[in-house]
Design a protein around this ligand. Sequence first.
Ligand SMILES: Nc1ncnc2c1ncn2[C@@H]1O[C@H](COP(=O)(O)OP(=O)(O)OP(=O)(O)O)[C@@H](O)[C@H]1O
Length: 217
Amino acid sequence: MIRTRFLAFAYPGAAPLRFEDVDVPQGGTLLLQGRSGTGKSTWLSLVAALRVPSQGDLVVAGQDLRALPALRRDQWRGRHVGFLPQKLHLSEALTVAGNLDLVFFAAGLPRQPQRTAQALEALGIAALARRRPSQLSGGEAQRAALARAVLLSPRVILADEPTASLDDEAAAAAIALLREAAERCGATLVIATHDRRVRDALPQAQQLRLDEARAVA
Ligand SMILES: Nc1ncnc2c1ncn2[C@@H]1O[C@H](COP(=O)(O)OP(=O)(O)OP(=O)(O)O)[C@@H](O)[C@H]1O
């Protein structure tokens, strides 16, 4: 679940970005929409506890993020938030499986090879576990990044423009994979997108529209 009230964030020297309230139940889907520069990445970073709101309340998966001590934020994120960034950030120094193993490290947990294998299996890329990211197709790399995002069965999955630069077939596959992964984990799914195809594919999803007006104090 995600609940925001009067949420705002100000970059130094800039007018605050103010965000409309949302109430997304656990397991629900939210589409975060708006043109470039309207604050989608900022909103995602607040929900992921990467930034602290300047104002307002923010509860994610039952955790009041303003009450979360700074020292516990990274661990909380590592355990409860799965992030599928637009640029996938898979390390070429590691195999696909090795990239997933980093998740355990980030969450302060021991490596669990069986769980890594299961996550790759669930996304249909078990056979690619020992490859390097550069040896994957774009779609395979996205599956690897999604396997990494859902490895610890997060309560929230945040996907930043997951269909950008994908053709229709690949975009439909990416949306289906995200939905299936969220369903398996019982996670709340947030997709930041300005792709109409995502909205059309998820007609039941809640929507939060950001616009330029919100960037004004
Ligand atoms: N580190 C920063 N310092 C100052 N201003 C910033 C910083 N990061 C973003 N901004 C500004 O905050 C506003 C929101 O940026 P944000 O990246 O959240 O938008 P976005 O909707 O995700 O854009 P895009 O779709 O292009 O990724 C923009 O006006 C941007 O210029």
